[in-house]
Ligand binder design. Structure first.
Ligand SMILES: [Zn+2]
Length: 324
């Protein structure tokens, strides 16, 4: 997917998040040459696009790379690779749909490709991370929600309208009593997202008298990170929270395995920082529930890339896609 002979070719990778937008100049080997960030909380999308264009131009000048820029890739919530638009993104402060690719092309005169943030992470993993060299894998992004990017036979699945692979909204019986932001019940993200972890914490604290340091944390300060820390300090409730979450992820991953027969399922995002606290129960539940065909063939792992970098690197790879 990367050109080997053209060392002097660069792309711009943009990770558009709900609060900040990170962008970087990346060379063809995946090295970040220069990086910058701007606020996403502007009053209009035009103001944000002007700020981003200005920031990219400055970065190009200060890094002295000249005009060898192949294109811009943007990873963004609810970004549709087929239409080039952001569709109904609830995490962004602007009205959707937003014709993002077109807006940036008009401002900078560079070909611009967009994809949703989970897909950008999947591409980043494929180009530079844990999925390097793999042709079949699934990335699950465990953040505010649960997103996913599915690569099958070397291609990122996008589907008819660009919405393929919303695995976070597949429903499971272990979450049947939880309502999802999408209006349905039982979605994986009601358990495996940051909000899901907090909900599990509330439930376990309510249902038992077991002493826990989590009881001392004000409700609005509870976070997956706080639960991770408590679990590492030996707190039984905190361990149970990650044990439950890991088991749910294992059961879900067992079902996902049969969709594409992947070589790996890679966890990414804040919740996955729990590492073995999450992976060990996940692996055990996966083995117990997966169809025998996939029992010993799917590697379950946590991304080795830093979150922001994987998204930027994935986005920066977009201009090369389809060129092999
Ligand atoms: Zn849902």
């Amino acid at each position: 997917m990367r050109t080997k002979s053209a060392e002097s070719v660069f792309t711009i990778g943009v990770d558009l998040g709900g609060t900040t937008t990170s962008f970087a100049i990346v060379d063809s080997s995946g090295k970040i040459i220069a990086k910058e960030l701007i606020s996403t909380r502007t009053s209009s999308v035009d103001e944000w696009a002007d700020n981003l264009s200005c920031g990219i131009e400055k970065l190009i000048v200060s890094s002295g790379i000249g005009g060898n820029i192949k294109g811009i890739g943007i990873g963004a919530p609810c970004a549709n690779a087929v239409t080039g638009c952001i569709e109904a993104a609830t995490d962004l402060p602007w009205k959707s749909p937003i014709p993002l690719a077109q807006m940036m092309e008009k401002r900078l005169g560079l070909p611009t490709t967009i994809t949703n943030d989970a897909n950008a992470a999947a591409i980043g993993e494929m180009a530079y991370g844990s999925a390097l060299g793999l042709k079949n894998f699934i990335v699950l992004t465990l953040g505010t929600g649960v997103g996913s990017g599915i690569v099958c036979d070397g291609h990122l699945l996008s589907g008819t309208r660009g919405f393929a692979g919303e695995l976070g909204h597949m429903t499971f019986s272990f979450a049947s009593d939880r309502e999802c932001a999408c209006g349905r019940k039982g979605c994986l993200q009601t358990v495996a997202s940051a909000k899901g972890i907090i909900e599990t914490t509330r439930r376990l604290l309510r249902e038992s008298d077991t002493p826990s340091s989590l009881r001392d944390i004000p409700a609005d300060e509870l976070s997956p990170l706080a639960v991770q820390q408590a679990a590492r300090d030996g707190d039984n409730i905190a361990r149970e929270i990650y044990d439950f979450t890991g088991r749910c992820l294992g059961m879900a991953a067992a079902e996902f395995a049969s969709i594409t027969d992947p070589e790996a399922i890679i966890l990414f995002g804040g919740v996955s920082k729990a590492g073995d606290l999450l992976l060990n129960p996940m692996k055990e539940a996966f083995r117990q529930s997966v169809l025998h065909l996939y029992r010993d063939t799917v590697k379950l792992t946590v991304s080795g890339l830093r979150d922001a970098d994987a998204a930027i690197l994935g986005a920066a790879s977009l201009p090369y896609l389809g060129q092999d």
